[in-house]
Design a protein around this ligand. Sequence first.
Ligand code: BGC
Length: 255
Amino acid sequence: MKNQEILGVDVGASGIKGAIINVSTGELLTERLRLETPSPAKPDSMAEVVAELTKALSYKGKIIGVGFPSIVKNGKAMTAANIDPSWIGTDIEALFSKSTGKKVLAVNDADAAGLACVHFGVGKGVKGTLVLITIGSGLGSALFSNGYLLPNTEFGHIRMNGMIAEQYASSNARKREELSWEDWGVRFNKYLLEIERILSPDLILLGGGASKKFDLFEKMLDLKTKVKPAHLKNEAGAIGAAYYAAVKSKEKKKS
Ligand code: BGC
């Protein structure tokens, strides 16, 4: 991909983060700025924060890539697990284009983080089945077969112990129930065993905020599959969103 600088934005339930990315190397060309996600996390107020972030980074480019915490189909949010329900059916690309004055391309946030890992991080060149699980307010997932993404897998929403997995094993669950890293690690291991059972992956990568604390829960993980923290950690979402926008806008130009 030719040297291109694109703003990547990672929309999360608690923070909206962005940086200008060199999409041929995956490097950050600016600091990574983080603004609070408004509460309630409604479309119009979030669109304003994305515009504020764009301005604060003095972004002059035409395209913005956005990683969004829901199923994203044709630029629209189809679910709203950790954001306001009024997002369901909202055209993320049209709304953020209006507030920023740029062309916006949106992708699921975990898929964005996965793209960063596979193109610029520890997932590069991995053959077979790779799954990335992001641990944050929710549990996000990205599934790759020989480097190709199967989008919107939502493995954070499989059922476990009579509830949705992310209610049992996300960072929010750890904080809400005041679990130690060890106790939470036991739960997270159970979750990963389910992922292993249904996918037989060749590699599991962990991303999101909690992956920075990998050393605190690593000893609780007992799987056949190799598990590694995704070294791009919290920056992966913004890097992958920018990369996605670069690839997608090129595809759109061709068609
Ligand atoms: C959402 C996913 C998202 C994940 C991480 C889940 O609640 O359903 O779409 O990827 O949280 O933000």
